[in-house]
Design a protein around this ligand. Sequence first.
Ligand SMILES: *Cc1c(COP(=O)(O)O)cnc(C)c1O
Length: 350
Amino acid sequence: MSFSLDQLLRENIKNMKPYSSARDEYKGHEGVFLDANENSLGSVIKKAVNRYPDPLQWDIKKKLAPIKQVDSSQIFLGNGSDEPIDLLIRAFCNPGKDRVLILPPTYGMYEVSANLNDVKIDEAPLTTDFDINVMGVMNKITPDTKIIFVCSPNNPTGNIVSRDKIRHLLKMFQGIVVVDEAYIDFSKEPSFITELSQYPNLVVLQTFSKAWGLAALRLGVAYASKEIIGVLNKIKPPYNINQLTQEAALEALNNVELKNSMVEKLLSERSFIIDQFKKLNYILKIYPTDSNFVLIKVPNGKALYDYLVMNKIITRDRSKVLLCDGCVRITVGTHEENCMLLQAMIKYQN
Ligand SMILES: *Cc1c(COP(=O)(O)O)cnc(C)c1O
């Protein structure tokens, strides 16, 4: 396949001049700063946040790059992963004309973002074991299809999808293939980041919201070629990552071992609840998971969900989702929370 970023980009995006902020125009750290109309006296809270933050978050990228073994120029930081999802659609899809392809059952934001941008959505459902149906995907690609969203490990099913099938799409499709790896830290499989040098049309999404335990910060990451990252930087809101989030992310990146040990703990809790689930004979199926959640199938998913809510345990009823008949998605909790869940679920059986 031949991939041309220039051809793929929307004409208006290619031609536009990005907003140039005060911080873009003078990058030094020393001097008397009278360029950005900030309050020079300070902040009305104890923490000084009166200065605009680094628009390109270089300190974080410099720390993240060696961890992920990419160049800093291959990293984009977003206000949650939802921001790069939206920016990718805006960069490559002409409203009212172009299309994106999703592989349901999958994460809901691809569809929401496409709808918001008046971009048509085509669907190529996963197989019954929640893997990519390659022929199904190829049949749904049109000349107007600009982005395929693949979620791996997939939400809400939990499983990693076939690496070779993703590679096949990357080779055959002339548009962008987004591989959303929000849950990759919980998987034994390597990230697709390792394949960036081979596929100029690959974008890998990760997030600080799951394994890192920083959902409230709203920090998502896109990894891609420096050309694609350049496009995202060109169209992003100027100061999209606030100062407090940047500082917390730097602190987090000094604590990779703590993240890893939390992942280990959650994985052992995941094994624990799966072993206990196996003893409940009303559970028809426990789906394989590479994530910090487990999808189970029961005769009546809504009934189990409602019962658990009555017991003040909130799960996610996915029983109305394509291919997820009777399914409930359960996040791995603390040991105490998992015991409460299991106690309630044992009673449900009786
Ligand atoms: C949770 C999740 C995200 C993370 O979204 P943020 O905006 O970074 O919090 C992204 N993709 C999938 C599939 C998710 O489940």
